[in-house]
Write a protein that binds this ligand. Structure first.
Ligand SMILES: NC(=O)C1=CN([C@@H]2O[C@H](COP(=O)(O)OP(=O)(O)OC[C@H]3O[C@@H](n4cnc5c(N)ncnc54)[C@H](OP(=O)(O)O)[C@@H]3O)[C@@H](O)[C@H]2O)C=CC1
Ligand SMILES: CC(=O)N[C@@H](CCC(=O)OP(=O)(O)O)C(=O)O
Length: 345
């Protein structure tokens, strides 16, 4: 138990991921919010950029410099890809650094260079505590690579089946995401007139940069590589991802057996809920919460296992995972400041 509060800085406080980290830290009993930094919006009051963060409205966004970020116990980095490495290198080994970006997620430098087109910064402990053995890896760590939002939901939706060997290591994921996944920076395909009333596939044919991350996660569960076909879809909603995942079923596996595998795998997880039989996940149930809802069945005619999972891309998909991992890194109760309670209707 900490007697004094942990002092946390957030770099990228004007963005979506940084804003969600702050929303959660404001409800965290053991954290005091320190420096808030940004890029083009430095000098602006946070109230103008993140008006929902009412208690921080009067705080002014500082420049992202090492001087402003030093002197904290924890630094959250919510910066565009490729920018975390240089900042992290200047932060001391005694500081807990939680990176919401992709820079330190991949272990294979060749895969990083192929999908991100830049030099690989390195690999940090991967911030998905629900993976086997990962809580132990994250306990007391000073560096955390928070997973991507699609890899979080895809991995958690398929992990029990892959780990138990009830499917062939050849999975298909089609996942629809809300638009906040793309960040706040203006992009033509995110204009209201393009988004509204529209669903669009992108990053098709194994080209999306989350493909190697999902592959890395699932391949750790077997002796060999899991083939991953991943197709993201942009959906006209601000938050939430629904991932529909399937794989060829090993002969003779029934829906009951598949369900039992998932029940056993996620039995005590505080944030993962296997829904009652026949009830299928919907994004609305997890918005604003750190919960992941999962359902699984067997498509007998197709001979495939079908599993569906949902997360809030900004909560368990980034900001919530970041706070969950900070708790583990600091030796706090893992669920502190987090909730599995959604916002409905
Ligand atoms: N959105 C999501 O669902 C998820 C996002 N992430 C990751 O989180 C990170 C941030 O993403 P997101 O919040 O969506 O993006 P946004 O575009 O919403 O925010 C980017 C943030 O980075 C700041 N920034 C941009 N350029 C610079 C710079 N040169 N120097 C300092 N600060 C800079 C921006 O500041 P300013 O506004 O002042 O320019 C802003 O605060 C990314 O790495 C992303 O991959 C991870 C999982 C999910
Ligand atoms: C809807 C949308 O555009 N989503 C983003 C993924 C956001 C995310 O979690 O990924 P990173 O942390 O790896 O950036 C995309 O497909 O690029």
């Amino acid at each position: 138990m900490h007697m004094t509060k942990v002092r946390a800085a957030v770099a990228g406080a004007s963005g979506y991921a940084g804003g969600e980290v702050l929303r959660l830290l404001l409800a965290h009993p053991d954290v005091e919010i320190g420096a808030l930094t940004g890029g083009s919006n430095a000098g602006q009051p946070l109230g103008a950029l993140q008006p929902h963060l009412t208690p921080l409205a009067g705080r002014v966004l500082q420049e992202t410099t090492i001087e402003n970020l030093s002197g904290h116990d924890v630094v959250f980095l919510a910066l565009p890809h490729g920018q975390s490495g240089a900042v992290a290198a200047q932060l001391g080994d005694d500081v807990v650094v939680v990176d919401c970006g992709a820079d330190f997620r991949l272990e294979d430098a060749g895969e990083w260079e192929h999908f991100y087109g830049s030099d690989h910064a390195g690999t940090w402990p991967y911030g998905l505590p629900e993976l086997p053995g990962q809580r132990e890896v994250l306990a007391g760590t000073k560096r955390v690579a928070v997973p991507g939002c699609y890899p979080t939901v895809s991995t958690l939706t398929l992990a029990p089946a892959v780990a138990a060997g009830i499917v062939e290591p050849d999975v298909v994921v089609v996942a629809a995401s809300g638009t906040s996944g793309a960040g706040k920076a203006a992009k033509p395909h995110l204009l209201g007139s393009e988004i509204m009333g529209n669903l669009s596939a992108y990053g098709v044919g194994g080209t999306h940069r989350h493909t190697p991350e999902i592959t890395q996660n699932l391949s750790k569960m077997i002796d060999g590589e899991v083939k991953v076909s991943f197709t993201p879809v942009l959906a006209p909603t601000p938050r939430g991802i629904l991932a529909t995942c399937s794989a060829p079923l090993k002969p003779g596996v029934t829906a009951e057996e598949a369900r039992a595998v998932y029940e056993k795998y996620y039995g005590d997880e505080p944030f993962i809920r296997l829904l009652p039989e026949g009830q299928w996940p919907q994004t609305k149930s997890v918005i604003g919460s750190n919960a992941v809802h999962v359902q699984v069945t067997v498509d007998e005619r197709a001979g495939r296992l079908v599993a569906v999972g949902v997360v809030d891309n900004l909560a368990k998909g980034t900001g919530g995972a970041a706070v969950q991992c900070m708790n583990l890194a600091l030796g706090l109760e893992e669920t502190t400041g987090l909730t599995a309670v959604g916002l409905a209707p």
